[in-house]
Ligand binder design. Sequence first.
Ligand SMILES: NC(=O)c1ccc[n+]([C@@H]2O[C@H](COP(=O)([O-])OP(=O)(O)OC[C@H]3O[C@@H](n4cnc5c(N)ncnc54)[C@H](OP(=O)(O)O)[C@@H]3O)[C@@H](O)[C@H]2O)c1
Length: 163
Amino acid sequence: MPKMINLMVACAENRVMGRNGRLPWRIPEDSQFFHRQTAGRTIILGRICYQTWPRAREDGRRLIVITSDPSLERDGVRVAHSVPEALEIAEAMPGEVYVNGGERIFEEVLALPRPMRLHLTLVHAEVQGDRCFPEWRHLQWREVHRHDGEDENFRYTFLTLER
Ligand SMILES: NC(=O)c1ccc[n+]([C@@H]2O[C@H](COP(=O)([O-])OP(=O)(O)OC[C@H]3O[C@@H](n4cnc5c(N)ncnc54)[C@H](OP(=O)(O)O)[C@@H]3O)[C@@H](O)[C@H]2O)c1
């Protein structure tokens, strides 16, 4: 039985999740949730996500970076050339697998006929950006958790969906 895949994403109502290689917002509660949820996990992520996340290798995370650049391999960082290769490496590592994006990686993983859990922070705003989370609403999800939060800039909902 293949491992459960967890997708971690925060996106706006218009599905925007990134701008100029960064997050299009600063939402401290979401960032704390993200760091807590991914600590100690096996994580698949694209090269840009890896290179723009200075704390990626902290807190016991085991990283599988999808890139054509083999020189990124180091202690705690495996390199894979594709989503299938990354998932194969993850199968041999402990625990469930977490997928942190970016855009193409989310697209490929969401299309897989496998059990998955989506940890979605839905930011209740229309935001400008250049990276979007793929449309997920038409897929058959079961909602297992939801709670609302807000700060001075945004209202948002933490959702856990499974299929
Ligand atoms: N809000 C959120 O939750 C969230 C989550 C994730 C990302 N983001 C945002 O999205 C942006 C980063 O994501 P991104 O989509 O631009 O980049 P990315 O996926 O992190 O990195 C792109 C690079 O990864 C490699 N790659 C990605 N998909 C691949 C595939 N299917 N097969 C082979 N190689 C692949 C390639 O590396 P090489 O060029 O080295 O070959 C590609 O140039 C940032 O703005 C970030 O803040 C937001």
